[in-house]
Design a binder for this molecule. Sequence first.
Ligand code: GLU
Length: 470
Amino acid sequence: MSRDSFHESVNHYFNRAASFSTLDEGLIDQVRFCNSAYRMRFPVKRDDGTITVIEAYRAEHSHHRLPTKGGIRFSPDVTMDETIALAALMTYKCAVVGVPFGGAKGGVRIDSNTISDGFRERVTRRYTAELIRKNFIGPDIDVPAPDYGTGEREMGWIADTYKNLKLNSGDAYACVTGKPLAMHGIPGRKQATGLGVFYGIRSCMEIAEDMQALGLTTGIAGKRVIVQGLGNVGYHAAFFMQRDGGAIITGIAEREGGIFNPNGLDVDEVFKFRNANKSILGFPGAESIANGQELLERECDILIPSALENQITADNAPRIKAKIVAEAANGPVDFEGEAILHQRGILMIPDLFLNAGGVTVSYFEWLKNRAGVSFDRMISRHEELVKRELVTAMEEMTGVKLSEEASRRLIHGPSEEELVIAALEQSMMRAYANIHRAWKERNLPDLRTAAFLLALERVAESYKHHGIFP
Ligand code: GLU
């Protein structure tokens, strides 16, 4: 299965959802097609002084809301077609969680695992300059973020390049999200996607009727989980599933292979082990499996693919034993694999909802950068004072004095991270309630169709009123 077939999967999911809508065909087309895409080639000096030509892309799928938003992927396999499909998914993702942006995505054809830091920085800065030249970046235009193969560091370089080339831009830092804290990033962004995955799975598993249909009890606690990918998304998803959900992480797969322990793996220990040894294989007490793909087919309650697209296809779908496939990656299940999982009664929590926590907190970061003030700055002390007065009044009324520890917990003003995390939790809970309601009340085949249909209707609604000029 080629990675370009990912585009086919996105189109397939979109068309299936569209078949349940009563919208005008032209409007559906406008929501479906990518509005603009830019392919660039630029020279960059290698560490030895020779020159190499880098191919890169940026696709802005939908301008119904501005800016457009989406990560930048560094991968030797990224293609224009894949970038466009990922940009489309961003449009639908934003619509599902109520982030008022269009979708976009960037791709740079380099191998993030083998390049030097210096080369990485030169490529990132030159890519940013190319985007500026073509008006494909800016706080009101298109706002990149991390994706596969990129992180805070690259976002910092992008912000710095933009700020230095756009000297009159007052809110230059809002040109990119996922920045380091010291460069106007926001606390909570790093763990946002993985934490959102946890909130999404938690919402899903609270519904007794749906769990019964799968032969599961409600709640995450005690459930056996296998995670594919220990990058930023996979690590945080596994971490919160274990720490806050009480799940048993029985398997973790990475590029080099997988590890399995039916009694559970300590996610943090595995993470540290991999950093130290550059491989998860050989993790003490666990069975090491040379082919990580095999781990996807092991017995578990929840499988969380958190790496790349097309991991579950017609080839392995018949052997997947999980009861829930929670799509933390973008497009991990292709449409042929999906049909098989669906027919086998496996519940899929779709990517466009489940991994939307990242872009949700990116939205908060963008708002913060535009406002030029952090979220806690204007409310934290005030909340503390109001709560202190309430506690004092309560104590006077009841004659009971709270312990110092209890009163500190009650009256503390929220930190920016607490505000961000609470807002993320609310977004994920609300979005799940909406797609679940659509699934059941409108008799749709599954959660994915419900999410795509809601997204289509929301984007179409916005085009109807704002986006079409005579
Ligand atoms: N790359 C992430 C995604 O696929 C985050 C995008 C963003 O924060 O703009 O959702």
